[in-house]
Write a protein that binds this ligand. Sequence first.
Ligand code: BGC
Length: 447
Amino acid sequence: MSLSALKSLGRDFELSKKKMRSIIRGFHLEMDNGLSGRTSSLKMIPTYVGRPTGREKGKYIAIDLGGTNFRIVSLTLKGRGVSSDHHVMKFALRKRDIASTGKRLFKFLAGSVKTFIKENRISRLGHIDLGFTFSFPVNQTGIASGTLVMWTKGFSASGVEGRDVVALLKRSLEEEGIGNISVTALANDTVGTLVARSYSDRDCDVGIIIGTGTNACYIEAIRKVRKLKAGRRKPGAMIINMEWGNFNKLKLTRYDRQLDKKSDKPGAQMLEKMVSGMYLGETCRLIMKDLISKKVLFGGISPAEFNKEMFFKGEFVSQVLADRTHNLAQIKALLRRSGVKDPSPEDRKIVRRVCELVSIRAARISAAAIVAVVTKTDPSIRRKHTVAIDGSVYEKLPGFSGKIKEAIRELSGRSSGKIRIMLTKNGSGYGAAIIAAVAANKRGSVR
Ligand code: BGC
């Protein structure tokens, strides 16, 4: 019984090479649709930012909103490389900051910037340029303006969707008495990550986040962005924020459907719901609940915790997959803490298998999506491509990055050697500062 239930689960979550290839085809179609302004699950948002020259200089502040923490950094760009005299501050985001009103959220952001300036003795008198990393789908209208299309990742502050988030930030900075700070750039975290890496790596043309949420951006020829008005379609290249988390041409299991139905935004962010850290644990929980009801797991007895939505967190999946003990003692301890009285050796193995299946599927979806992005601009992979990547899932989920690389090799054979996946930590904030430099037109220029 237990074996057949697990086998069928394996079949549901398995992603063969053939299936990955069909994901790639789906991506190419949706990318074209999005670039041409036709209906598409990929928004393909123009960012009005190109690759940095590497010569950008000056002092900047960058703020970064979109994950579990709100971060502020100040740094000096010295042309090709970031100086070491930067300050970083992290502020934990509480539910009441992200889920009440926009006014409250932006007041919190501006208040934190004020604290940061004070603590790091940054002068409040002179002019300061700030890059704003805002990691949500934004309809960008220029390098420093854009309206929020919709919140993702559990954010829900009212009165922000449909509004210009730079205008909201500027107003709050003025209200805090720090209107000397000008918001010179608005960037998605993927764009920041790409820009940060390409400051010193000319082969970098893709930026990816796989963390609480997931997304990618890449460098596209402006002439291919057909939805831009003719006057804006200049020669050269521009970074496109794909918002790939919303890709909706994937085959869903009934657990994915269950998760989606109960989510904040049913039908939206389907790839994100199968790949990102916010949802991996919940998918595992739904599978485990099903196995409990089939009496395959925990002798059919469901501990109360397992009935709570979102109780099985992404970190738990990491802990399960990190257990290298011969009798899975860490999994046993974790299950005990979660209310399972005496998890049998069989139970522990099943829990590990569930976490493996869900995370390997996530890695293979990500790999197919990466190959799709690279082959969109370079179908036979003739050039070198550095893919700058960041995010807790990529960095911390045991085995995840290895599975991505393995699947890329499976898909692109020897050409896979031309694709370098580079962990680019905290790139999103640094990148926003570099974009602010480009925008402030100190010494840089957009190519
Ligand atoms: C957002 C993207 C963001 C990604 C990673 C998604 O939920 O829609 O804009 O880049 O999360 O943070």
